[in-house]
Design a protein around this ligand. Structure first.
Ligand SMILES: [Fe+2]
Ligand SMILES: [Fe+2]
Length: 384
């Protein structure tokens, strides 16, 4: 969402406080009054923000630091040095939870300051997302028998969940309510796959003859978005919410007449405007379901807003879509271009990559595009 000036200042001070405490600990002993004062200040800032919001999260996407989804550009020196400190130990994201203690913050900063943070562990209220080792050369990353069995077991489990996904997508195409429980079960299945370290890109569904477009699309956007989030170091507990948001991004299509949705070929201007209402309709529909995460409201509302602010629905100039909505937008366009429809051939992955690269920085978040392309190229068997 649009950060206010206060919000930017608050986060800026928070980062400056953490940076100053790390520097302080390198110069003075832990009990030195200067160190104590710096730690007090760093702790107060984090604890206050984590308490008021249940948790507060920092994430690095290339050289940008996102704090609770707000992008802070690396213009301030403390910001740059904090990002460097985290990068040096392979941390991509940190989540500070409500209830964090001063000693947890002290231990976290002390280990960062010691430059020996290779094995920096998460604690009860400080959850760290670490950089995953990537595997670019297929030969360096053989799949052992145990892995193959896990993939097979997971695929079987996923297949059992298909009827529920189909049920949800039928709901959308036939204007019925869908079962929220079904959504949760499906996403849980995928979260389990991530915990098992199964390469999720391998799970992408190919559209079969007679399949509903909506059904494969929902599942694929879910898999792709969770993969992006996971590779960026989002903590495991967020993946579920992110998956629910992704799978429901087009929920607003419940309210669009089927003959327009399934019309082969080009839509008239009037029809296009009707389709475009699915963002707002989806968001307000999800909002009525208390059990669904609010992130899903944003995902539905914002997934057609471009990085440069164009797209729909129309937004004020300073509005910044949530980072997850921006990930959904990339998964969405990727799956749409990759899928065969009655009126169009699927694009090869290299052509889709070229489109994403061309529109990176205008339609799509540049660092998210880079990360996405890395992700789909990491698939050992290669996506074609
Ligand atoms: Fe959409
Ligand atoms: Fe979509």
């Amino acid at each position: 969402m649009t950060p206010t000036l206060n919000e930017q200042n608050e986060i800026g001070q928070l980062v400056a406080g953490l940076s100053a405490a790390i520097s302080g600990m390198r110069l003075y002993a832990e009990k030195h009054p200067k160190t104590v004062a710096l730690l007090d200040q760093a702790y107060a800032g984090i604890a206050q923000r984590a308490t008021s919001r249940e948790k507060t999260t920092a994430m690095i996407v290339d050289d940008e630091l996102l704090w609770d989804g707000t992008a802070l550009k690396g213009k301030v020196s403390q910001l740059t040095s904090f990002v460097k400190e985290l990068r040096a130990v392979g941390i991509e994201s940190i989540c500070f939870h409500k209830g964090i203690t001063r000693s947890e913050i002290t231990d976290f900063l002390k280990t960062l300051a010691s430059n020996q943070a290779d094995s920096l562990p998460s604690s009860a209220h400080v959850k760290l997302g670490k950089l995953r080792l990537s595997c670019k050369e297929p030969d360096l990353c053989p799949i052992g028998e145990a892995d193959q069995q896990r993939v097979a077991a997971f695929l079987a489990l996923r297949d059992k969940k298909y009827p529920q996904v189909r049920e949800i997508s039928h709901g959308i195409s036939r204007h019925r309510n869908f079962e929220i429980k079904g959504v949760e079960d499906v996403v849980t299945t995928f979260v389990r796959g991530f915990a098992e370290n199964i390469n999720p890109i391998r799970l992408l569904i190919q559209m079969k003859v007679g399949d509903e477009y909506t059904y494969t699309h929902m599942v694929n956007v879910c898999i792709l978005t969770m993969s992006q989030a996971e590779s960026l170091g989002f903590p495991a507990e967020y993946l579920f919410q992110i998956g629910v948001a992704a799978i429901l991004h087009d929920a607003g299509k419940l309210f669009i007449p089927a003959e327009i949705l399934n019309k082969p070929g080009k839509l008239t201007n009037e029809e296009r405007l009707i389709v475009e209402t699915h963002s707002l309709r989806g968001a307000s529909y999800i909002l009525k379901h208390d059990a669904l995460p609010k992130l899903a409201v944003l995902g539905a509302l914002e997934h057609h807003i471009k990085y440069d602010g164009t797209g729909y629905p129309a937004i004020p100039t300073s509005y910044q879509p949530n980072i997850i909505s921006q990930m959904i937008a990339i998964s969405d366009v990727f799956d749409a271009m990759r899928t065969r429809r009655s009126y169009k051939e699927p694009k090869p992955v290299k052509d889709i990559a070229a489109v994403l690269l061309k529109e990176k920085g205008s339609a799509y978040h540049p660092q998210l595009v880079d990360n996405f392309l890395k992700l789909i190229q990491e698939e050992p068997n290669g996506l074609r």
